[in-house]
Write a protein that binds this ligand. Structure first.
Ligand code: NAD
Ligand code: ZN
Length: 249
């Protein structure tokens, strides 16, 4: 932890990259661990969603089950520590694969967070781009509209999260690439670093000479290239680092 605090204190352009592992302490299961979201279901791909009404029906049925717990979750010490690093002027950018909005809820500014995989609480019309509150759409599903459509144009509605086979929004991807390339310290937290293209970001940072630091409770494919690997729990580690940084100020 002392090592990480020193590296952060000396950094010029610190960028954090987070995955589902920063939110498990808030009660949201991650992707790959036993009990993880997709250990239960095979994901509905984007092309299945577009082409099959049965797939859309199944997709919304799962959201009906998955969405209510997402609404009740609160940021945990890992999120608060990252917000504090931004507050202290140390964290220059935060790239997240998470769709839960917990970084902003903890206090990171909207401008500083790049949500590569979208947001669960917003639903969009695939045809006209209308944006709706996912909670209100789920209410419609609960009232019997099994596959909700846009009230303006009858287009398909889909939560603004990236499905398998769906392209990442180019503006978000470009911003993430640019932050990764600018970083001199790239801090990856709670990610298996296996879901592409997001998982290419640590590689871009390394190619540009950044030091890669990994905080994750299991190994990742980047461990051998990292400057420092901390195999521990994200909340405890990051809040410990923030306390050390405050003490040394
Ligand atoms: P992942 O599940 O592939 O990897 C999470 C990693 O975090 C694992 O290696 C796990 O061992 C580790 N981990 C779990 N809890 C931890 C903790 N408390 N401290 C330290 N490490 C911990 O997740 P990923 O790399 O983000 O990729 C999965 C995909 O699933 C992403 O695309 C993401 O969008 C999506 N997803 C998002 C959420 C969310 O928004 N909270 C939840 C599940 C999945
Ligand atoms: Zn529409």
């Amino acid at each position: 932890m002392e090592n990480l605090a020193r590296i952060i204190a000396e950094s010029r352009f610190l960028v954090a990259f987070t995955g589902a592992g920063v939110s498990t302490e808030s009660g949201i299961p991650d992707f790959r661990s036993p009990g993880g979201i997709w250990s239960k279901y095979r994901p509905v791909t984007y092309s299945e969603f577009l082409s099959s009404s049965r797939a859309r029906h199944e997709y919304w049925r799962r959201y009906q089950e998955m969405y209510p717990p997402f609404c009740q979750v609160k940021p945990n010490p890992a999120h608060f520590a990252l917000a504090e690093l931004e507050n202290m002027g140390l964290l220059k950018g935060l790239i997240t694969q998470n769709i839960d909005g917990l970084h902003q809820a903890a206090g990171n500014s909207e401008d500083n967070v790049v949500e590569l995989h979208g947001r669960i609480d917003i639903t969009v019309c695939i045809d006209c781009g209308a944006r709706l509150d996912t909670g209100l759409v789920i209410d419609r599903v609960n009232s019997g509209e099994a596959v909700p459509v846009c009230e303006k144009c009858q287009g398909l509605l889909k939560p603004a999260t990236i499905s398998f086979g769906q392209e990442l929004p180019s503006d978000k991807l470009e911003k993430a690439i640019s932050l990764s390339r600018q970083s001199d310290v790239f801090l990856a937290i709670g990610s298996s670093l296996t879901v592409h293209p997001a998982a290419a970001m640590p590689g871009l940072a390394l190619d540009n000479g950044a030091r890669l630091i990994i905080v994750n409770n299991t190994s990742t494919p980047y461990d051998d290239n990292a400057h420092l690997v901390i195999n521990s729990i994200a909340g405890q580690t990051l809040s410990g680092v923030v306390s050390l940084l405050h003490r040394s100020n």
